[in-house]
Design a protein around this ligand. Structure first.
Ligand code: HEC
Length: 137
């Protein structure tokens, strides 16, 4: 009986978490076109980030040799995805500035935004221009 109660409580908690996640995704899926990166970009960004950025910024974006790319302090320095893209393309990776393809920068930035709480949508990939509409929230 006690076991059953515990199980029911756990199932309820899991349900609440799943529903919360769905609500968040729906909100982003309904966002105006061009205001959010695609699911595919975010997924490719995991690999792009780990190959090209994690060595200095940490596998969890927590900062190592270089600054953290997660958290309020970081977000406060860049108003939108265009700012991050322009900065990264001109200066990153620090040992090979501008050395990656546009698609790789975009994917890495999609992953950075996702890691800061922004959810992707099942729309087209973001192009390397017009990223100013992509905000942290
Ligand atoms: C060889 C090391 C290295 C690699 C690899 C690297 N970075 Fe950096 N990054 C730095 C350094 C150094 C800074 C300057 C700030 C600091 O000293 O922490 C920096 C700063 C940044 C900043 C500005 C952070 C802030 O808060 O001002 C961003 C954004 C950034 N990098 C993105 C990237 C991205 C995206 C990649 C992968 C495409 C990448 N970096 C790869 C070393 C690196």
């Amino acid at each position: 009986m006690l076991r059953r109660t515990i199980f029911a409580a756990l199932a309820l908690t899991a349900g609440a978490v799943a529903m919360h996640g769905m609500v968040t995704n729906d909100a982003y899926a309904q966002a105006a076109p061009g205001t959010v990166f695609s699911t595919g970009q975010a997924q490719r960004g995991v690999g792009a980030y780990s190959v090209s950025c994690a060595g200095c910024h940490g596998t969890k974006l927590e900062g190592m040799a270089a600054a953290a790319l997660i958290g309020e302090e970081f977000r406060a320095r860049f108003a939108n995805a265009q700012d991050v893209y322009d900065y990264a393309r001109a200066n990153m990776p620090a040992d090979n500035p501008g050395g990656l393809s546009d698609a790789t920068y975009l994917a890495a930035i999609a992953f950075i935004f996702q890691s800061n709480g922004k959810q992707p949508a099942d729309g087209p990939d973001l192009p390397p221009t017009g990223l100013a509409k992509v905000l942290w929230k």
